[in-house]
Design a protein around this ligand. Structure first.
Ligand code: NAD
Ligand code: UDP
Length: 319
């Protein structure tokens, strides 16, 4: 296959590009590096089947030559990023998704939308399955991301229903691993870089809020299973292992051997209280399940972060 990956210079996108190249696909990566980094894809230039197009996909997602699939991952994903880039986040979720859908329509290609557990907002139902419609504040600060992704799902399914585009949607729950930016503001990266730097771990609220954390290699297997299928979804992709933020802080302290203290900060507006995916549909329709326990994944991520401060070796898939 020849696959266009928007947002391929980001955390998840760069692992997706790499996994596709390693199995023999050709990859065209489109990115504007608004939250990604050229270093994430530096090691991919050794693959002759790797191409890069510097593009803001909210303006255009043009790829010379036909593609068999489009994986649309372009979007800020970390709360501090999308709060810093509110209009760009709305633009890439709306116009960016439309441009990526047009690319798929042009070539009669499979289209994969990287949606998010944020479509469930601060959920009133726990755990969350795909039939739950969500509880999103449409005018709160997080709405620039949540509503952009909800629109992205709506427009993708409209392209499927009215124009016959082969659309598949996955809702990704918190995913972590090597290659994340140490200061991207997400909880796993924040705690690891704080613990390694001997700084206090910044717990928001009382730390009793929960998230379910998935390791990147598991998630990328799920993305590829969805890309290869003709399922429309939406399917939750995430690891149902649910952790409180406080317990995650303790885990990071144990793994790093750090003596950093815990510092409590105000809970951001509309911060969801609980998150855990029901993954039965992905298991049944894609034969997908996560395999990496959180303690193992965090250990691997800590290892990578400790090394990457000494030498920036970004190559290798984190199996
Ligand atoms: P990331 O910020 O590392 O990657 C996003 C990439 O998209 C970056 O390389 C960025 O430069 C690029 N991008 C953003 N706007 C663009 C534009 N207009 N044109 C071209 N490129 C653009 O984030 P990530 O964690 O790798 O997330 C990737 C996708 O997965 C996002 O769509 C995100 O919403 C979704 N997702 C991620 C998670 C997670 O936990 N990592 C959870 C749910 C959903
Ligand atoms: N969080 C925290 N300290 C940090 C960063 C995040 O306590 O330094 C909290 C955040 O408020 C949320 C949880 O950790 O309750 C997960 O945050 P993240 O930004 O990783 O993901 P999201 O809120 O998008 O699920």
């Amino acid at each position: 296959m020849r696959v266009a990956v928007t947002g391929g210079g980001g955390f998840l996108g760069s692992f997706l590009c790499e996994a596709l190249l390693r199995r023999g696909d050709a990859v065209v990566c489109l990115d504007n590096f608004s939250t990604g980094r050229p270093e994430n894809i530096a090691h991919l230039w050794e693959f002759p089947a790797f191409e890069f197009v510097h593009a803001d996909v909210s303006v255009a997602a043009d790829v010379p030559g036909p593609v068999d699939a489009v994986a649309h991952l372009a979007s800020p994903a970390s709360p501090p990023d999308y709060l810093r880039l509110p209009l760009q986040t709305l633009a890439v979720g709306s116009r960016g998704t439309e441009n990526a859908l047009e690319l798929a329509r042009r070539d009669n290609a499979r289209f994969l939308l990287a949606s998010t557990s944020e479509v469930y907002g601060d959920p009133l139902v726990h755990p969350q399955d795909e039939d739950y419609w969500g509880n999103v504040n449409p005018i709160g600060p997080r709405s620039v991301y949540d509503e952009a992704k909800r629109y992205a799902e709506a427009v993708s399914l409209a392209y499927r229903r009215s124009l016959g585009v082969d659309v598949g949607i996955v809702r990704i729950f918190n995913t972590y691993g090597p290659r994340m930016r140490p200061h991207d503001g997400r909880v796993v990266t924040s705690f690891i870089s704080q613990a390694l730097g001997g700084e206090p771990l910044t717990v928001h609220g009382d730390g009793k809020q929960t998230r379910s954390f998935c390791y990147v290699s598991d998630l990328v297997r799920g993305l590829i299973a969805m890309l290869d299928s003709s399922e429309s979804g939406p399917f939750n992709l995430g690891n149902p292992e649910e952790w409180t933020v406080s317990d995650l802080a303790q885990l990071v302290l144990e793994i790093t051997g750090s003596h950093s203290e815990i510092q409590y900060h105000p809970l951001p507006t509309d911060d969801p209280v609980r998150r855990r995916p029901v993954i039965t549909r992905a298991q049944e329709h894609l034969g997908w399940s996560p395999e990496v326990r959180v303690a193992d994944g965090v250990r691997r991520t800590v290892e990578w972060f400790s090394h990457s401060t000494r030498e920036l070796d970004l190559s290798g898939f984190p199996n």
